[in-house]
Ligand binder design. Structure first.
Ligand SMILES: Nc1ncnc2c1ncn2[C@@H]1O[C@H](COP(=O)(O)OP(=O)(O)OP(=O)(O)O)[C@@H](O)[C@H]1O
Ligand SMILES: [Mg+2]
Length: 457
Protein backbone atom coordinates (compact mmCIF):
# COMPACT_ATOMS: atom_id res chain seq x y z
CA UNK A 1 0.00 0.00 0.00
CA UNK A 2 2.79 2.42 0.88
CA UNK A 3 4.52 2.03 -2.43
CA UNK A 4 1.57 3.59 -4.28
CA UNK A 5 1.49 7.37 -4.24
CA UNK A 6 -2.04 8.65 -4.53
CA UNK A 7 -2.95 12.07 -5.85
CA UNK A 8 -5.61 13.81 -3.82
CA UNK A 9 -7.33 17.06 -4.70
CA UNK A 10 -8.64 19.28 -1.90
CA UNK A 11 -11.28 21.80 -2.93
CA UNK A 12 -12.42 24.65 -0.70
CA UNK A 13 -12.80 28.36 -1.26
CA UNK A 14 -11.67 29.02 2.31
CA UNK A 15 -7.93 29.05 2.11
CA UNK A 16 -7.20 28.35 5.77
CA UNK A 17 -9.32 25.21 5.88
CA UNK A 18 -8.01 24.00 2.53
CA UNK A 19 -4.39 24.46 3.61
CA UNK A 20 -4.89 22.68 6.90
CA UNK A 21 -6.53 19.67 5.28
CA UNK A 22 -3.79 19.55 2.66
CA UNK A 23 -1.09 19.69 5.29
CA UNK A 24 -2.54 16.79 7.28
CA UNK A 25 -2.69 14.63 4.15
CA UNK A 26 0.75 15.66 2.93
CA UNK A 27 2.31 14.68 6.23
CA UNK A 28 0.86 11.20 5.79
CA UNK A 29 2.63 10.91 2.47
CA UNK A 30 -0.08 11.66 -0.08
CA UNK A 31 0.44 13.93 -3.05
CA UNK A 32 -1.95 16.75 -2.43
CA UNK A 33 -3.16 19.43 -4.82
CA UNK A 34 -5.48 22.29 -4.00
CA UNK A 35 -8.25 24.06 -5.86
CA UNK A 36 -10.06 27.27 -4.86
CA UNK A 37 -13.28 26.43 -6.65
CA UNK A 38 -15.08 23.84 -8.75
CA UNK A 39 -13.88 25.13 -12.10
CA UNK A 40 -10.27 25.04 -11.09
CA UNK A 41 -10.80 21.60 -9.58
CA UNK A 42 -12.12 20.22 -12.87
CA UNK A 43 -9.18 21.71 -14.76
CA UNK A 44 -6.70 20.12 -12.41
CA UNK A 45 -8.45 16.74 -12.59
CA UNK A 46 -8.24 16.69 -16.36
CA UNK A 47 -4.50 17.08 -16.26
CA UNK A 48 -3.63 14.48 -13.67
CA UNK A 49 -4.08 11.03 -12.37
CA UNK A 50 -6.21 11.55 -9.28
CA UNK A 51 -7.60 9.00 -6.89
CA UNK A 52 -9.65 11.17 -4.58
CA UNK A 53 -11.36 14.55 -4.32
CA UNK A 54 -12.14 16.00 -0.93
CA UNK A 55 -14.41 18.98 -1.40
CA UNK A 56 -16.39 21.38 0.69
CA UNK A 57 -20.10 21.42 -0.06
CA UNK A 58 -20.61 25.15 0.37
CA UNK A 59 -18.75 27.13 -2.24
CA UNK A 60 -19.82 30.09 -4.37
CA UNK A 61 -20.62 29.56 -8.10
CA UNK A 62 -20.25 25.80 -8.35
CA UNK A 63 -21.03 24.07 -5.07
CA UNK A 64 -19.74 20.69 -3.93
CA UNK A 65 -22.78 18.83 -5.23
CA UNK A 66 -22.40 20.23 -8.73
CA UNK A 67 -18.71 19.48 -8.63
CA UNK A 68 -19.43 15.90 -7.55
CA UNK A 69 -21.80 15.53 -10.45
CA UNK A 70 -19.18 16.72 -12.94
CA UNK A 71 -16.44 14.60 -11.43
CA UNK A 72 -18.56 11.44 -11.59
CA UNK A 73 -19.45 12.24 -15.16
CA UNK A 74 -15.93 12.92 -16.37
CA UNK A 75 -13.90 10.63 -14.12
CA UNK A 76 -16.20 7.97 -12.71
CA UNK A 77 -13.47 6.06 -10.92
CA UNK A 78 -12.24 8.98 -8.80
CA UNK A 79 -13.55 8.75 -5.25
CA UNK A 80 -15.16 11.74 -3.61
CA UNK A 81 -15.50 12.82 0.02
CA UNK A 82 -17.88 15.68 0.73
CA UNK A 83 -17.31 18.07 3.60
CA UNK A 84 -20.66 19.21 4.88
CA UNK A 85 -21.71 21.83 7.39
CA UNK A 86 -22.88 20.81 10.80
CA UNK A 87 -26.45 19.53 10.76
CA UNK A 88 -26.86 19.45 6.98
CA UNK A 89 -27.76 15.80 6.79
CA UNK A 90 -29.72 16.34 3.60
CA UNK A 91 -26.59 17.38 1.72
CA UNK A 92 -24.80 14.34 3.03
CA UNK A 93 -27.53 11.98 1.86
CA UNK A 94 -27.64 13.66 -1.51
CA UNK A 95 -23.88 13.39 -1.95
CA UNK A 96 -23.90 9.72 -1.08
CA UNK A 97 -26.68 9.06 -3.53
CA UNK A 98 -24.74 10.75 -6.24
CA UNK A 99 -21.81 8.46 -5.75
CA UNK A 100 -19.68 10.15 -3.09
CA UNK A 101 -17.68 7.65 -1.08
CA UNK A 102 -18.67 9.32 2.18
CA UNK A 103 -19.11 12.68 3.86
CA UNK A 104 -17.46 14.29 6.82
CA UNK A 105 -19.08 16.95 8.95
CA UNK A 106 -17.37 20.11 10.11
CA UNK A 107 -15.66 20.40 12.50
CA UNK A 108 -13.77 17.14 12.19
CA UNK A 109 -10.71 15.62 13.75
CA UNK A 110 -7.51 14.87 11.90
CA UNK A 111 -7.86 11.13 12.58
CA UNK A 112 -11.37 11.08 11.27
CA UNK A 113 -10.19 12.65 8.02
CA UNK A 114 -7.26 10.27 7.66
CA UNK A 115 -9.37 7.22 8.40
CA UNK A 116 -11.94 8.15 5.79
CA UNK A 117 -9.26 9.03 3.25
CA UNK A 118 -7.61 5.66 3.73
CA UNK A 119 -10.91 3.87 3.21
CA UNK A 120 -11.78 5.84 0.09
CA UNK A 121 -8.38 5.11 -1.41
CA UNK A 122 -8.79 1.44 -0.64
CA UNK A 123 -11.97 1.46 -2.68
CA UNK A 124 -10.25 3.34 -5.46
CA UNK A 125 -7.50 0.73 -5.49
CA UNK A 126 -10.08 -2.03 -5.66
CA UNK A 127 -11.80 -0.41 -8.62
CA UNK A 128 -8.50 -0.09 -10.45
CA UNK A 129 -7.63 -3.69 -9.67
CA UNK A 130 -10.98 -4.94 -10.89
CA UNK A 131 -10.64 -3.02 -14.10
CA UNK A 132 -7.23 -4.52 -14.68
CA UNK A 133 -8.56 -8.03 -14.11
CA UNK A 134 -11.49 -7.44 -16.39
CA UNK A 135 -9.20 -6.20 -19.10
CA UNK A 136 -6.95 -9.21 -18.61
CA UNK A 137 -9.94 -11.49 -18.85
CA UNK A 138 -11.03 -9.76 -22.00
CA UNK A 139 -7.66 -10.40 -23.60
CA UNK A 140 -7.78 -14.03 -22.50
CA UNK A 141 -11.28 -14.35 -23.87
CA UNK A 142 -10.41 -12.68 -27.11
CA UNK A 143 -7.34 -14.93 -27.12
CA UNK A 144 -9.72 -17.84 -27.27
CA UNK A 145 -10.97 -16.64 -30.58
CA UNK A 146 -8.22 -15.22 -32.61
CA UNK A 147 -7.77 -15.43 -36.33
CA UNK A 148 -4.07 -16.11 -36.59
CA UNK A 149 -2.33 -15.59 -39.87
CA UNK A 150 0.01 -13.37 -41.85
CA UNK A 151 -0.76 -14.52 -45.35
CA UNK A 152 -2.44 -12.13 -47.69
CA UNK A 153 -5.68 -14.11 -47.38
CA UNK A 154 -5.57 -14.00 -43.58
CA UNK A 155 -4.83 -10.28 -43.56
CA UNK A 156 -7.69 -9.67 -45.94
CA UNK A 157 -10.07 -11.60 -43.65
CA UNK A 158 -8.90 -9.75 -40.54
CA UNK A 159 -9.38 -6.50 -42.34
CA UNK A 160 -12.90 -7.50 -43.38
CA UNK A 161 -13.74 -8.50 -39.81
CA UNK A 162 -12.82 -5.10 -38.41
CA UNK A 163 -14.55 -3.26 -41.21
CA UNK A 164 -17.86 -5.10 -41.06
CA UNK A 165 -18.06 -5.76 -37.31
CA UNK A 166 -19.58 -2.36 -36.46
CA UNK A 167 -22.30 -2.65 -39.12
CA UNK A 168 -25.59 -4.52 -38.62
CA UNK A 169 -25.38 -6.22 -42.04
CA UNK A 170 -25.90 -9.93 -42.52
CA UNK A 171 -22.74 -11.87 -43.19
CA UNK A 172 -22.26 -15.15 -45.01
CA UNK A 173 -19.07 -17.06 -44.23
CA UNK A 174 -18.12 -19.80 -46.66
CA UNK A 175 -15.20 -22.18 -46.59
CA UNK A 176 -14.20 -25.79 -46.06
CA UNK A 177 -14.56 -27.67 -42.84
CA UNK A 178 -12.24 -26.44 -40.08
CA UNK A 179 -11.11 -23.30 -41.92
CA UNK A 180 -12.13 -21.02 -39.05
CA UNK A 181 -15.65 -19.93 -39.98
CA UNK A 182 -16.90 -19.98 -36.41
CA UNK A 183 -13.80 -18.16 -35.19
CA UNK A 184 -14.58 -15.42 -37.69
CA UNK A 185 -18.24 -15.24 -36.66
CA UNK A 186 -17.26 -14.88 -33.01
CA UNK A 187 -14.70 -12.22 -33.82
CA UNK A 188 -17.25 -10.20 -35.77
CA UNK A 189 -19.47 -10.35 -32.71
CA UNK A 190 -16.74 -9.46 -30.24
CA UNK A 191 -15.61 -6.49 -32.35
CA UNK A 192 -19.14 -5.16 -32.72
CA UNK A 193 -21.10 -2.90 -30.43
CA UNK A 194 -23.11 -5.99 -29.50
CA UNK A 195 -20.06 -7.57 -27.88
CA UNK A 196 -21.65 -7.45 -24.43
CA UNK A 197 -24.82 -9.12 -25.73
CA UNK A 198 -25.16 -12.80 -26.40
CA UNK A 199 -23.65 -14.74 -29.25
CA UNK A 200 -26.02 -17.59 -29.99
CA UNK A 201 -24.98 -20.35 -32.35
CA UNK A 202 -27.19 -23.00 -33.85
CA UNK A 203 -25.90 -25.81 -35.98
CA UNK A 204 -28.73 -26.34 -38.44
CA UNK A 205 -27.13 -29.54 -39.71
CA UNK A 206 -27.30 -31.18 -36.30
CA UNK A 207 -31.06 -30.77 -35.81
CA UNK A 208 -33.59 -33.11 -37.35
CA UNK A 209 -35.89 -31.65 -39.99
CA UNK A 210 -38.99 -31.94 -37.84
CA UNK A 211 -37.44 -30.04 -34.93
CA UNK A 212 -35.65 -27.30 -36.75
CA UNK A 213 -38.70 -25.14 -37.33
CA UNK A 214 -39.48 -24.76 -33.66
CA UNK A 215 -35.80 -24.46 -32.75
CA UNK A 216 -35.49 -21.53 -35.11
CA UNK A 217 -38.81 -19.80 -34.67
CA UNK A 218 -40.23 -21.20 -31.42
CA UNK A 219 -43.70 -22.58 -30.83
CA UNK A 220 -46.67 -22.13 -28.55
CA UNK A 221 -47.99 -24.79 -26.28
CA UNK A 222 -50.31 -27.26 -27.99
CA UNK A 223 -49.39 -26.22 -31.52
CA UNK A 224 -48.39 -29.80 -32.30
CA UNK A 225 -48.19 -33.11 -30.46
CA UNK A 226 -45.38 -32.89 -27.98
CA UNK A 227 -45.50 -29.10 -27.69
CA UNK A 228 -46.25 -29.24 -23.99
CA UNK A 229 -45.12 -25.72 -23.26
CA UNK A 230 -44.25 -22.51 -25.07
CA UNK A 231 -40.78 -22.52 -26.52
CA UNK A 232 -38.73 -19.51 -27.51
CA UNK A 233 -37.10 -19.71 -30.90
CA UNK A 234 -33.43 -18.99 -31.37
CA UNK A 235 -34.19 -15.60 -32.96
CA UNK A 236 -35.83 -14.51 -29.73
CA UNK A 237 -33.11 -16.06 -27.57
CA UNK A 238 -30.44 -14.12 -29.45
CA UNK A 239 -32.21 -10.84 -28.56
CA UNK A 240 -30.16 -7.93 -29.84
CA UNK A 241 -26.98 -9.98 -29.91
CA UNK A 242 -25.59 -12.03 -32.78
CA UNK A 243 -27.23 -15.14 -34.18
CA UNK A 244 -24.89 -17.57 -35.88
CA UNK A 245 -26.70 -19.93 -38.25
CA UNK A 246 -24.16 -22.63 -38.89
CA UNK A 247 -24.46 -25.06 -41.82
CA UNK A 248 -27.24 -23.00 -43.28
CA UNK A 249 -27.39 -25.10 -46.44
CA UNK A 250 -28.97 -27.98 -44.52
CA UNK A 251 -32.19 -26.09 -43.76
CA UNK A 252 -35.08 -27.73 -45.66
CA UNK A 253 -36.35 -25.68 -48.59
CA UNK A 254 -39.82 -25.10 -47.10
CA UNK A 255 -38.23 -23.54 -44.01
CA UNK A 256 -35.91 -21.46 -46.14
CA UNK A 257 -39.02 -19.57 -47.28
CA UNK A 258 -40.01 -18.86 -43.70
CA UNK A 259 -36.46 -17.89 -42.79
CA UNK A 260 -36.38 -15.47 -45.68
CA UNK A 261 -39.57 -13.85 -44.45
CA UNK A 262 -38.14 -13.45 -40.95
CA UNK A 263 -35.07 -11.77 -42.35
CA UNK A 264 -37.08 -9.49 -44.59
CA UNK A 265 -39.68 -8.45 -42.06
CA UNK A 266 -37.47 -8.49 -38.98
CA UNK A 267 -40.25 -10.34 -37.26
CA UNK A 268 -40.70 -13.90 -36.19
CA UNK A 269 -43.92 -15.79 -35.61
CA UNK A 270 -43.59 -18.91 -33.48
CA UNK A 271 -45.32 -22.05 -34.73
CA UNK A 272 -48.99 -21.86 -33.76
CA UNK A 273 -48.75 -18.28 -32.51
CA UNK A 274 -50.97 -15.43 -33.60
CA UNK A 275 -48.59 -12.63 -32.85
CA UNK A 276 -45.07 -11.89 -34.01
CA UNK A 277 -41.97 -10.84 -32.14
CA UNK A 278 -39.39 -8.36 -33.40
CA UNK A 279 -36.05 -9.74 -34.53
CA UNK A 280 -33.12 -7.54 -33.59
CA UNK A 281 -30.24 -9.97 -33.77
CA UNK A 282 -27.50 -9.62 -36.32
CA UNK A 283 -27.39 -12.67 -38.54
CA UNK A 284 -24.21 -14.44 -39.50
CA UNK A 285 -24.60 -17.61 -41.53
CA UNK A 286 -21.96 -20.16 -42.46
CA UNK A 287 -21.69 -23.07 -44.80
CA UNK A 288 -19.02 -25.39 -46.08
CA UNK A 289 -20.95 -26.17 -49.23
CA UNK A 290 -20.93 -24.16 -52.39
CA UNK A 291 -24.29 -22.41 -52.20
CA UNK A 292 -24.32 -21.55 -55.89
CA UNK A 293 -24.15 -25.25 -56.63
CA UNK A 294 -26.88 -25.90 -54.08
CA UNK A 295 -29.02 -23.26 -55.80
CA UNK A 296 -28.43 -24.85 -59.20
CA UNK A 297 -29.45 -28.21 -57.78
CA UNK A 298 -32.66 -26.70 -56.34
CA UNK A 299 -31.63 -27.32 -52.74
CA UNK A 300 -31.14 -23.72 -51.76
CA UNK A 301 -33.28 -20.71 -52.50
CA UNK A 302 -31.55 -18.00 -54.42
CA UNK A 303 -33.55 -15.21 -52.77
CA UNK A 304 -32.43 -16.42 -49.33
CA UNK A 305 -28.88 -16.61 -50.56
CA UNK A 306 -28.96 -12.94 -51.60
CA UNK A 307 -30.56 -11.92 -48.33
CA UNK A 308 -27.87 -13.65 -46.27
CA UNK A 309 -25.02 -12.73 -48.49
CA UNK A 310 -24.90 -8.98 -47.93
CA UNK A 311 -21.24 -9.43 -47.12
CA UNK A 312 -19.44 -12.64 -47.98
CA UNK A 313 -16.27 -13.88 -46.37
CA UNK A 314 -14.78 -16.79 -48.22
CA UNK A 315 -12.14 -18.57 -46.20
CA UNK A 316 -9.56 -20.32 -48.35
CA UNK A 317 -8.35 -23.80 -47.44
CA UNK A 318 -5.22 -23.99 -45.33
CA UNK A 319 -3.07 -25.30 -48.19
CA UNK A 320 -3.68 -22.04 -50.04
CA UNK A 321 -2.18 -20.13 -47.14
CA UNK A 322 0.54 -22.49 -45.98
CA UNK A 323 2.59 -19.41 -45.05
CA UNK A 324 0.33 -19.23 -42.01
CA UNK A 325 1.26 -22.70 -40.80
CA UNK A 326 4.37 -21.84 -38.73
CA UNK A 327 2.49 -19.05 -36.99
CA UNK A 328 -0.52 -21.26 -36.34
CA UNK A 329 1.78 -23.94 -34.96
CA UNK A 330 3.38 -21.46 -32.57
CA UNK A 331 -0.08 -20.26 -31.53
CA UNK A 332 -1.39 -23.77 -30.88
CA UNK A 333 1.74 -24.75 -28.96
CA UNK A 334 1.26 -21.75 -26.68
CA UNK A 335 -2.42 -22.57 -26.25
CA UNK A 336 -1.76 -26.25 -25.55
CA UNK A 337 1.08 -25.47 -23.14
CA UNK A 338 -1.55 -23.81 -21.00
CA UNK A 339 -4.10 -26.57 -21.40
CA UNK A 340 -1.73 -29.53 -21.04
CA UNK A 341 0.54 -27.83 -18.56
CA UNK A 342 3.60 -28.36 -20.75
CA UNK A 343 6.52 -26.21 -21.63
CA UNK A 344 7.09 -26.90 -25.30
CA UNK A 345 8.99 -24.06 -26.91
CA UNK A 346 8.40 -24.75 -30.57
CA UNK A 347 8.48 -27.22 -33.42
CA UNK A 348 11.60 -28.37 -35.20
CA UNK A 349 12.25 -27.00 -38.66
CA UNK A 350 11.67 -30.44 -40.06
CA UNK A 351 8.25 -30.70 -38.42
CA UNK A 352 7.32 -27.30 -39.80
CA UNK A 353 8.23 -28.14 -43.33
CA UNK A 354 6.40 -31.46 -43.19
CA UNK A 355 3.34 -29.62 -41.96
CA UNK A 356 3.70 -27.01 -44.67
CA UNK A 357 3.75 -29.57 -47.42
CA UNK A 358 0.79 -31.65 -46.25
CA UNK A 359 -2.58 -31.12 -47.94
CA UNK A 360 -4.81 -30.62 -44.84
CA UNK A 361 -8.26 -31.85 -45.82
CA UNK A 362 -9.45 -30.88 -42.33
CA UNK A 363 -7.76 -27.48 -42.53
CA UNK A 364 -6.89 -25.58 -39.34
CA UNK A 365 -8.89 -27.89 -37.09
CA UNK A 366 -6.83 -30.83 -38.31
CA UNK A 367 -3.61 -28.90 -37.77
CA UNK A 368 -4.73 -28.06 -34.25
CA UNK A 369 -5.44 -31.74 -33.56
CA UNK A 370 -2.09 -32.83 -34.92
CA UNK A 371 -0.28 -30.34 -32.69
CA UNK A 372 -2.31 -31.33 -29.67
CA UNK A 373 -1.55 -34.99 -30.24
CA UNK A 374 2.14 -34.32 -30.82
CA UNK A 375 2.34 -32.31 -27.63
CA UNK A 376 0.84 -35.08 -25.56
CA UNK A 377 3.74 -37.28 -26.68
CA UNK A 378 6.33 -34.56 -26.30
CA UNK A 379 8.41 -34.51 -23.14
CA UNK A 380 11.00 -32.31 -24.71
CA UNK A 381 11.09 -28.59 -25.35
CA UNK A 382 10.77 -29.11 -29.06
CA UNK A 383 8.19 -30.96 -31.16
CA UNK A 384 10.01 -33.49 -33.30
CA UNK A 385 9.04 -35.57 -36.30
CA UNK A 386 8.71 -38.67 -34.09
CA UNK A 387 5.71 -37.09 -32.43
CA UNK A 388 3.79 -36.59 -35.67
CA UNK A 389 1.32 -39.30 -36.70
CA UNK A 390 3.18 -41.94 -38.71
CA UNK A 391 1.51 -41.23 -42.04
CA UNK A 392 3.04 -37.76 -42.14
CA UNK A 393 6.51 -39.15 -42.35
CA UNK A 394 5.48 -41.92 -44.71
CA UNK A 395 3.71 -39.52 -46.98
CA UNK A 396 6.44 -37.03 -47.04
CA UNK A 397 8.68 -38.88 -49.41
CA UNK A 398 7.92 -36.31 -52.08
CA UNK A 399 10.36 -33.40 -52.32
CA UNK A 400 9.35 -30.01 -50.93
CA UNK A 401 7.71 -27.43 -53.14
CA UNK A 402 9.99 -24.52 -54.00
CA UNK A 403 8.25 -22.04 -51.73
CA UNK A 404 8.28 -24.43 -48.77
CA UNK A 405 11.93 -25.20 -49.44
CA UNK A 406 12.82 -21.51 -49.41
CA UNK A 407 10.93 -21.02 -46.15
CA UNK A 408 12.61 -24.06 -44.71
CA UNK A 409 16.01 -22.72 -45.53
CA UNK A 410 15.26 -19.14 -44.49
CA UNK A 411 13.94 -20.27 -41.15
CA UNK A 412 16.89 -22.50 -40.43
CA UNK A 413 19.37 -19.84 -41.43
CA UNK A 414 17.73 -17.01 -39.47
CA UNK A 415 17.54 -19.23 -36.40
CA UNK A 416 21.18 -20.18 -36.65
CA UNK A 417 22.26 -16.54 -37.02
CA UNK A 418 20.06 -15.54 -34.07
CA UNK A 419 21.72 -18.23 -32.03
CA UNK A 420 25.15 -16.90 -32.97
CA UNK A 421 24.11 -13.40 -31.86
CA UNK A 422 22.44 -14.89 -28.77
CA UNK A 423 19.11 -13.40 -29.77
CA UNK A 424 20.45 -9.91 -30.59
CA UNK A 425 18.18 -8.88 -33.48
CA UNK A 426 20.14 -5.80 -34.45
CA UNK A 427 23.33 -7.75 -34.80
CA UNK A 428 21.52 -10.59 -36.58
CA UNK A 429 19.96 -8.14 -39.04
CA UNK A 430 23.42 -6.70 -39.73
CA UNK A 431 24.86 -10.15 -40.43
CA UNK A 432 21.88 -11.08 -42.61
CA UNK A 433 22.17 -7.73 -44.40
CA UNK A 434 18.52 -6.80 -43.89
CA UNK A 435 16.80 -4.08 -41.88
CA UNK A 436 15.80 -4.86 -38.29
CA UNK A 437 12.13 -4.44 -39.11
CA UNK A 438 12.37 -6.83 -42.06
CA UNK A 439 13.98 -9.32 -39.74
CA UNK A 440 11.10 -8.98 -37.28
CA UNK A 441 8.61 -9.39 -40.10
CA UNK A 442 10.38 -12.50 -41.36
CA UNK A 443 10.52 -13.95 -37.86
CA UNK A 444 6.79 -13.49 -37.43
CA UNK A 445 6.10 -14.94 -40.85
CA UNK A 446 8.24 -17.99 -40.19
CA UNK A 447 6.99 -18.55 -36.67
CA UNK A 448 10.29 -17.74 -34.98
CA UNK A 449 10.15 -16.19 -31.57
CA UNK A 450 12.64 -15.70 -28.79
CA UNK A 451 11.69 -18.92 -27.07
CA UNK A 452 13.12 -20.87 -30.01
CA UNK A 453 16.49 -19.21 -30.05
CA UNK A 454 17.92 -21.02 -27.08
CA UNK A 455 17.16 -24.47 -28.48
CA UNK A 456 19.43 -26.53 -30.65
CA UNK A 457 17.20 -27.65 -33.47
N1 LIG B 1 -6.98 -18.59 -38.22
C1 LIG B 1 -7.09 -19.30 -37.10
N2 LIG B 1 -6.35 -18.97 -36.02
C2 LIG B 1 -6.45 -19.70 -34.89
N3 LIG B 1 -7.23 -20.74 -34.72
C3 LIG B 1 -8.00 -21.12 -35.75
C4 LIG B 1 -7.97 -20.41 -37.00
N4 LIG B 1 -8.84 -21.01 -37.83
C5 LIG B 1 -9.36 -22.04 -37.17
N5 LIG B 1 -8.87 -22.13 -35.92
C6 LIG B 1 -9.17 -23.16 -34.93
O1 LIG B 1 -9.50 -24.34 -35.67
C7 LIG B 1 -10.65 -24.98 -35.15
C8 LIG B 1 -11.75 -25.00 -36.19
O2 LIG B 1 -12.23 -23.70 -36.43
P1 LIG B 1 -13.78 -23.37 -36.65
O3 LIG B 1 -14.61 -24.16 -35.71
O4 LIG B 1 -13.95 -21.90 -36.64
O5 LIG B 1 -13.95 -23.95 -38.12
P2 LIG B 1 -15.23 -24.02 -39.03
O6 LIG B 1 -14.85 -23.41 -40.33
O7 LIG B 1 -16.40 -23.46 -38.33
O8 LIG B 1 -15.36 -25.59 -39.23
P3 LIG B 1 -16.67 -26.49 -39.59
O9 LIG B 1 -17.04 -26.19 -41.00
O10 LIG B 1 -16.17 -27.89 -39.46
O11 LIG B 1 -17.72 -26.13 -38.61
C9 LIG B 1 -11.03 -24.22 -33.91
O12 LIG B 1 -10.49 -24.84 -32.78
C10 LIG B 1 -10.39 -22.86 -34.10
O13 LIG B 1 -10.07 -22.29 -32.88
MG1 LIG C 1 -18.11 -24.48 -37.68
Amino acid sequence: MDTIKYNILVVDNEEAIRHSIARVLQKTGYDVHEARNGRQALDILTGGDFALVISDKNMPHMDGIELLQEVKKEHPIIEFIMITGHGSIEDAVKAMRMGAYDFITKPFKKDELLHLTGKALERYQLTIENRRLRRQLQTIQSDRYNFIGHSEAARHIKNLITRIAPTPSNVLITGGSGTGKEVIARLIHSHSDRADRSFVAINCGAISDNLIESELFGHVRGSFTGAIRDKEGIFTVAGDGTLFLDEISTIPVNLQVKLLRVLEEHEVQPVGATKSFPVKARIIAATNRDLRQEIAAGRFREDLYFRLNVIEIDVPPLTERSDDIPLLVTWFIKKMNRELNKNVQGASAEVLHILQSYNWPGNVRELENVIERAMIFCDDELLKVEQLPAFFTDQNKEPLGLKAAIHFFERKHILSVLRITKGDKKEAARLLKVGVSSLYRKMAELGIDDTLIGNGE
